[in-house]
Design a protein around this ligand. Structure first.
Ligand SMILES: C[S@@+](CC[C@H](N)C(=O)[O-])C[C@H]1O[C@@H](n2cnc3c(N)ncnc32)[C@H](O)[C@@H]1O
Length: 216
């Protein structure tokens, strides 16, 4: 992934943000050693941003689509209250096996519930509202995830959608492939949706922060 900011600015921002926990660092390093696409991890700076967002909305229930090896799920678990929960969706067994190992190393792991299977199916089965929904799974379903996430979001909650700059490819017309087109469609849909307000934050690969209107 191309970096939108220079490496020294990224390092400075990271050094002046909430620190990465020892467990997250160990998981990130092991993911880098063992997995084929370790760059999928949100990393320390976006991880700090996710934690801050969870704290700002006072999140108790978090829903994550796309767990991979569990880095962002652990970030959320670190800042949730003792009775808080992260429901996280994943389809890949190898990634989930590594996540489980790390969740078992910490009492925080008890807050995390892994739901294996396509995230859309899991979303259909879920009941109750979530304070924060983090969308970071397959890009072709981003619009479907966004639509269902609005049904599952608490009135004071927030939806965070990752990779919405897609390495800068969102600027390309016509879109070079289906994934880029799907992300462009999502970004257009959210910007034109009168039910929500949104900010596209240029952290890492772009995070779309979406909040329902009319919540004060
Ligand atoms: C970008 S990674 C998630 C990274 C993770 N949030 C982190 O920061 O560590 C995307 C993950 O979504 C998973 N995924 C892909 N399609 C999925 C689907 N339909 N349902 C659930 N997970 C899916 C992939 O297996 C992959 O592990």
């Amino acid at each position: 992934m191309k970096s939108l900011v220079s490496a020294d600015i990224e390092a400075y921002a990271q050094a002046h943000s909430m620190p990465e926990s020892d467990l997250c660092r160990a998981l990130r390093e092991e993911t880098q050693r063992r997995m084929e696409s370790p760059q999928m991890i949100v990393g320390p700076l976006e991880g700090a941003f996710l934690k801050m967002m969870a704290q700002l909305v006072g999140a108790r229930r978090v829903l994550e689509l796309g767990m991979f090896t569990g880095y962002s799920a652990l970030c959320f678990a670190e800042v949730l209250p003792a009775d808080g929960t992260v429901v996280t969706c994943e389809v890949d067994e190898e990634s989930a096996a590594l996540a489980r190992q790390y969740f078992a190393r910490s009492p925080l792991g008890k807050k995390i519930e892994i739901r294996m299977g396509p995230a859309l199916d899991t979303m259909r089965q879920l009941t109750g509202l979530f304070d924060l929904i983090f969308i970071d799974a397959d890009k072709l379903n981003y619009v479907n995830y966004y639509r269902r996430a609005l049904d599952l979001l608490s009135p004071n909650g927030v939806i965070l959608i990752d990779n919405v700059l897609w390495d800068g490819d969102v600027l390309k017309q016509p879109p070079p492939d289906e994934k880029t087109a799907a992300i462009q469609e999502l970004n257009r849909l959210v910007a034109a949706d009168p039910r929500v307000s949104a900010v596209l934050v240029t952290i890492r690969d772009g995070v779309l922060v979406v909040r329902p209107n009319g919540t004060g």
